[in-house]
Design a protein around this ligand. Structure first.
Ligand code: ZN
Length: 295
C-alpha cells in the first residue's frame, strides 16, 4: 500500500521475502554468512524486489543474526533490490542506518505481554522508541531509511489472548504521528480469520490512509492464504512471506511458519495479479537453504 521506495508499475502486488530474517531467527543453527548471501542473491534473481535480510538485534540474543552488517552489505550490491532489516530498538536502528539499509522495520506489539517478552518494552514505550528513531532521521538527512512498523499480535496473542481492535487502530495512528511511513498488521500467532482480516485492514486504511502497510500472516492454523485473499479485498498490496514457510516467533508459543512465498506467488499469479517473480527460479532458490541447513 505504501512505500516511499516507488514500486515498479509493472507489478500489482509486492511480495516481501522475510525468510532470511523471520525464518532463520527461528532456527537455532546459524546459516553461514556466505550461504545467506547466496540465498538472498538467488531470491533477488527470481524477481523478488524486497527482502528482509536480517535483524539488528543484540548478537547475544540472536547469534544467528550476528552477521547482519555483512549480509546487508552484500545485499545492497544486488540491483533493484530493496534491502530491509529489522531493528528492535534505537541501538539496532543506529546499526541499520550505518549499514545503509533502504528500510528499517520495527516490530511493535499490540499485546503487552508479547511486547515485554519480545523487546522488553511496553507497547507505549515501543511507540516512543519509534519516535526517537524517526527523530534521529531528521538529524541525518539523506542517509536515513524508510521506517516501517508491523504491529505484531494485531489479531490476537497466544500469551495474552484477545487484543482490542480499537487499541490496534489507536497504536497505528500514534505510530504514524511518531513518524512511521507505513504501519502494517502482523498475525504473529496465526490465529486471524479472513473476516477479521478484511475488517481490520479496512479500518486501518480509514484510520491512517496511505500509511497503511503490509500484511504479515502465519500459517499456524492453516488460514494464511485465505487471509491473503481477504486482505487483497481490503486493498492490501504488500505481503510478507517466507521461502518454504520458514519462521515462527520465539515469543509466541505454538506459532508456526510464515505463509510460504512459493504458495503466495502461485496464488497471486493464478488470480491474474502480477508479482514480477519467476516461480521456477524462486523454487530453485530453495536449494540454497537445503544445502546450508540440511533437514
Ligand atoms: Zn512472521
Amino acid at each position: 500500500m505504501s512505500s516511499t521506495i516507488p514500486k515498479s508499475s509493472d507489478i500489482d502486488v509486492l511480495v516481501s521475502e522475510v525468510g532470511p530474517r523471520d525464518g532463520l531467527q527461528s532456527i537455532r543453527r546459524a546459516m553461514p554468512t556466505e550461504a545467506k548471501n547466496r540465498w538472498i542473491a538467488a531470491l533477488a534473481a527470481s524477481g523478488i524486489r524486497e527482502i528482509e535480510v536480517g535483524s539488528f538485534v543484540h548478537p547475544k540474543l540472536l547469534p544467528q543474526m550476528a552477521d547482519a552488517e555483512e549480509v546487508v552489505h552484500a545485499a545492497l550490491k544486488l540491483p533493484g533490490l530493496t534491502v530491509v532489516a529489522l531493528a528492535p530498538n534505537g541501538k539496532g536502528a543506529a546499526r541499520g542506518i550505518t549499514a545503509g539499509v533502504h528500510k528499517l522495520s520495527f516490530p511493535v506489539s499490540a499485546s503487552h505481554q508479547h511486547s515485554m517478552a519480545n523487546i522488553r518494552m511496553t507497547p507505549e514505550q515501543a511507540i516512543e522508541e519509534v519516535r526517537a528513531v524517526c527523530a534521529m532521521r531528521s538529524s541525518t538527512p539523506g542517509r536515513f531509511p524508510t521506517i516501517e512498523v508491523g504491529i505484531s499480535t494485531a489479531f490476537g496473542c497466544s500469551l495474552q489472548g484477545a487484543v482490542s481492535e480499537d487499541w490496534v487502530m489507536e497504536m497505528a495512528a500514534k505510530l504514524v504521528e511518531a513518524g512511521a511511513r507505513s504501519v502494517g498488521l502482523s498475525d504473529t500467532a496465526g490465529s486471524a480469520n479472513p473476516v477479521q482480516v478484511k475488517r481490520m485492514f479496512r479500518r486501518l486504511r480509514s484510520e491512517i490512509g496511505d500509511h497503511a502497510g503490509a500484511a504479515h500472516f502465519h500459517n499456524t492454523y492453516g488460514q494464511g492464504l485465505a487471509n491473503v485473499v481477504a486482505a487483497l479485498e481490503a486493498g492490501v498490496d504488500t505481503f510478507d512471506a517466507s521461502q518454504g514457510g520458514l519462521g515462527g516467533c520465539p515469543y509466541a508459543p505454538g506459532a508456526t511458519g510464515n505463509i510460504v512465498t512459493e504458495d503466495l506467488v502461485f496464488l497471486l499469479e493464478s488470480m491474474g495479479l502480477k508479482t514480477g517473480i519467476d516461480l521456477e527460479a524462486l523454487i530453485a532458490a530453495r536449494a540454497f537453504v537445503a544445502e546450508a541447513l540440511p533437514g
